[in-house]
Design a binder for this molecule. Structure first.
Ligand SMILES: [Fe+2]
Length: 477
């Protein structure tokens, strides 16, 4: 890969590098966090979240939400007490940049790569790893996840242990949004790539071994971007919106990503047993995130997929949400036999980052939560000031909302009450930052009465930039 001359790029003019999104560099440990309200004593575990946080001031370009180094922010809870720790995901690029004291790699759209002697020969001309999207735990491994690439294995105290290739079985990596079947413990993943076959899927068993290696999804004629997936008892569900990578355009200063609505959006239902892929298609739409999917019947039935829809893909700060986002919460019924899908818009509120109780992945879910907007507050893409909850069993899209006021909130993550059945009882958690004083908080909201807001606000000793995805990791015996 050639090194291109730096383009004119001023990071101080990038909205997603300032305000609520501005990166932090300090790595902090603090115990005995201030709790306002009462932190439920039954919560015993770690709330952990990842997000873009460039280690040094970016050069060349910066594309929210993909660019940026990963930083994990964790709050450990036990007996009503809490402690905090944040750490960078120390990829080889971060380590090399820390040695140099400055950014060496450009943003995704800049194509700037370092050369010897700025970096060791093995890193020269490489793309940087970007495990800044999500963090999951599976088979005892804590994984910081990239959009499409090898995850990084993290220790329980958030130190970086190295790149995870699953014993060499998945050298190209995995999605940032794997799905773990709560009934079998199996983790289903996909991986897209710029080279043929462009898209593969794999299965990682409950013990962490790869039980199905990369298997090509046939039928792609060009590299495509796919951010999330869903999983039913029968299928991996992949939504292929018409987002194509255009490397030639990127190399000549254009956009890496090309939206081609005339191609429509396709849904691939990939049998978990390796059978023939079923396809359905519809007019073009984009989705970042699924809520969940499930089979209506064990055999030969339809597949229900819920997701947050967008009219098209946009990244960065362009386009905001006005006018062009007739999206919202959608329930789609996909008929694998007929190759059709019926979409119903349940709510057109501005929303993103949907979650449900992960113990119901692949089954019919109940409560689902999204980050959303209340009022006419001027918020950037990826910034929200309210949370909404829906009942996945309803057909009418009625929601309960909690207006977070001056707080900008992130993804709501469900922490079940220990011993409760799936979907029944627990707490929603999210980081939030006050727009008036930049103080950050972990909010804990009971699922039985979410509209009343938090029962506990845990003060975080540093500002937590608005980020992306995380999980509740109960303490393991
Ligand atoms: Fe995501």
């Amino acid at each position: 890969m050639a090194t291109h001359a730096p383009q004119t790029f001023d990071p101080t003019r990038v909205p997603h590098l300032s305000g609520q999104f501005a990166p932090v560099t300090a790595e902090v440990d603090e115990t005995g966090l201030e709790v306002r309200g009462e932190l439920p004593a039954e919560l015993d575990g770690l709330f952990l979240r990842n997000g873009p946080n460039p280690r040094f001031s970016p050069i060349g370009s910066y594309l929210y939400p993909i660019d940026g180094d990963g930083m994990l922010h964790g709050v450990w809870m036990s007996g009503g007490q809490a402690r905090y720790r944040n750490r960078f995901v120390r990829t080889p690029a971060v380590v090399a940049e820390e040695r140099a004291g400055r950014a060496l790699w450009g943003g995704l759209e800049s194509m700037i790569t370092p050369q010897v002697p700025d970096v060791e020969p093995a890193l020269a001309g490489t793309f940087r790893d970007l495990p800044d999207i999500n963090v999951v735990r599976h088979a005892g491994r804590l994984l910081a996840l990239a959009e499409s690439g090898c995850p990084f294995l993290m220790t329980p105290e958030l130190e970086t242990a190295g790149k995870e290739t699953f014993g060499g079985a998945l050298p190209a990596g995995i999605t940032a949004h794997p799905k773990i079947d709560p009934l079998t413990g199996e983790m289903a993943v996909f991986c897209y790539a710029l080279e043929q076959p462009f898209l593969t899927w794999s299965l990682i068993g409950p013990a962490g071994d790869v039980v199905r290696g990369p298997t090509a999804v046939e039928g792609l004629d060009a590299p495509m971007m796919i951010h999330d997936m869903a999983l039913t008892s029968r299928f991996l569900v992949l939504v292929l919106a018409p987002v194509f990578f255009d490397l030639d355009a990127a190399m000549s200063g254009g956009s890496l990503i090309d939206w081609r609505p005339e191609r429509g959006t396709r849904v691939a239902l990939i049998p978990r047993d390796g059978g023939r892929v079923r396809w359905a298609s519809d007019d073009a739409f984009w989705l970042w995130h699924t809520v969940n999917a499930y089979d209506t019947e064990p055999d030969d039935g339809d597949v229900v997929l819920e997701y947050v829809q967008w009219s098209h893909l946009s990244m960065g700060s362009a386009d905001k949400s006005s006018g062009t986002n007739p999206g919202g919460l959608v329930r789609a019924v996909v008929d694998p036999a007929a190759g059709t899908m019926r979409r119903t818009l349940l709510d057109d509120a501005r929303m993103e980052l949907p979650r449900t109780d992960d113990r119901l992945i692949g089954q019919r879910h109940q409560q689902l939560a999204v980050a959303s907007q209340a009022g006419e507050v001027d918020l950037l893409p990826g910034e929200y000031n309210a949370l909404r909850w829906y009942d996945g069993r309803d057909a009418d899209g009625v929601s309960v909302m909690w207006d977070a006021g001056d707080l900008s909130v992130g993804e709501p993550v469900f922490a079940p009450s220990p011993g409760s059945p799936g979907g029944e009882s627990g707490y929603w958690m999210t980081y939030a930052t006050d727009r008036t004083d930049a103080s950050s908080w972990l909010l804990v909201i009971p699922s039985e009465d979410p509209g009343s807001g938090p029962v506990a606000r845990v003060r975080i000793p540093v500002r937590v930039p608005l980020g992306l995805h995380g999980n509740w990791l109960p303490t393991e015996e």
